[in-house]
Design a protein around this ligand. Structure first.
Ligand code: SF4
Length: 342
């Protein structure tokens, strides 16, 4: 779905989670003026139709009612004329009470993305989220009753969390049947309390390799439950690549591709270990199958000389074909070498 995003960094949020530096990851220092939102939206919509206008960044429903109305009013003309299909906002789970949800519905909001991060009490507490998991358990059904779509955001690797916690939190999220997930492995941003914990040696972020491996496991569970993950890892912002903001942690400009490539690597490794040397994958997924910068292919050829990968434009998505027959990418069980287990 096409999204027309507007970032309201940290505005309205009554807390400061230890990892949060919204102004940096959104690339915006200040909330936009509602009038400017209307003008920019007009420009974005030139020659286009459909999609949702999104207010990301802080906790929309924690803004004053007047501010919320001003932003939503800027979108109403496009919504009423059918040029956009809906509005989506991000919010804290404890800022989605009955009145707040009714207000969103009244103004035409169609989707709410909830910052959940974890369901583990210790992780939520150490991250200074200021709410417990029960806020998520109550807000999701409330949004559903109001007819809104729900997206959940998770952050594996927060202080107090480990691989098992990340998978338990994922299972808790999936049990709520969200319409989609976003999964952001925790990174350390300069100027945050988490950065202080890291510099004092009290917090150790996950290495990239381990975060990718865990996310591949998470991807399998999401696929099994038919819940799409619409984003893996923080966007590729100049603020993250120039070294001024990112201090440590498993960030990569192509993190999503690394996760998809890991799933392909697991499947191709199994086939290669069974003696297959020629494997065909869907043409559109060839780049993921060969891996970021051909890492998968290089590694497979080192272990299994003569291994060749082909792309077929007619092969079903997520399918592999070899002399042994055809198989689904998702039919290969998790392959985690011991040294990769978090
Ligand atoms: S709830 Fe969201 S906006 Fe508020 S401090 Fe936490 S991460 Fe930042």
């Amino acid at each position: 779905m096409r999204i027309y995003p507007f970032f309201i960094p940290h505005a309205g949020c009554p807390h400061r989670c230890i990892f949060c530096r919204q102004e940096k990851i959104s690339g915006r220092l200040f909330p936009p003026d509602p009038v400017a939102v209307g003008t920019q939206l007009e420009q974005m919509l030139t020659g286009r139709r459909g999609g949702e206008v999104a207010f990301y960044g802080g906790s929309f429903t924690s803004l004053s009612p007047a501010s919320q109305e001003a932003y939503l009013a800027a979108v109403v003309p496009s919504l009423s004329s059918g040029r956009v299909d809906g509005i989506r906002v991000s919010a804290r789970p404890d800022a989605l009470g009955e009145e707040q949800v009714a207000f969103l519905r009244e103004w035409g909001v169609t989707t709410v993305e909830i910052g959940v991060q974890s369901f583990a009490p210790e992780v939520l507490q150490r991250s200074e989220r200021g709410h417990g998991a029960e806020a998520v358990f109550s807000s999701v059904p409330r949004l559903r009753r109001a007819g809104l779509q729900v997206g959940l955001q998770l952050m594996p690797g927060l202080p107090g969390g480990d691989r098992a916690e990340a998978l338990r939190s994922l299972d808790a999220a999936l049990a709520l049947s969200p319409d989609f997930l976003r999964i952001y492995p925790t990174v350390v941003l300069r100027g945050t309390p988490l950065a202080n914990e890291y510099l004092a040696g009290r917090y150790r972020p996950w290495p990239l390799e381990l975060a990718v491996d865990l996310c591949a496991d998470m991807a399998r569970r999401c696929r099994h439950q038919n819940v799409p993950v619409i984003r893996w890892g923080l966007h590729n912002q100049p603020e993250l690549t120039n070294g001024a903001t990112l201090l440590a942690g498993p960030w990569h400009p192509a993190f999503g591709q690394l996760v998809r490539a890991r799933l392909w690597f697991r499947a191709l490794s199994v086939l290669a270990a069974q003696g297959e040397r020629e494997v065909t994958v869907p043409r559109v997924e060839f780049s993921d199958a060969q891996g970021h910068r051909c890492d998968n292919l290089r590694s497979l050829r080192e272990r299994y000389p003569g291994f060749v990968l082909f792309g077929d434009p007619n092969l079903e998505p997520h399918t592999l074909r070899s002399a042994a027959g055809q198989a689904s990418l998702w039919s290969f069980s998790a392959y985690s070498p011991e040294e990769l287990v978090i």
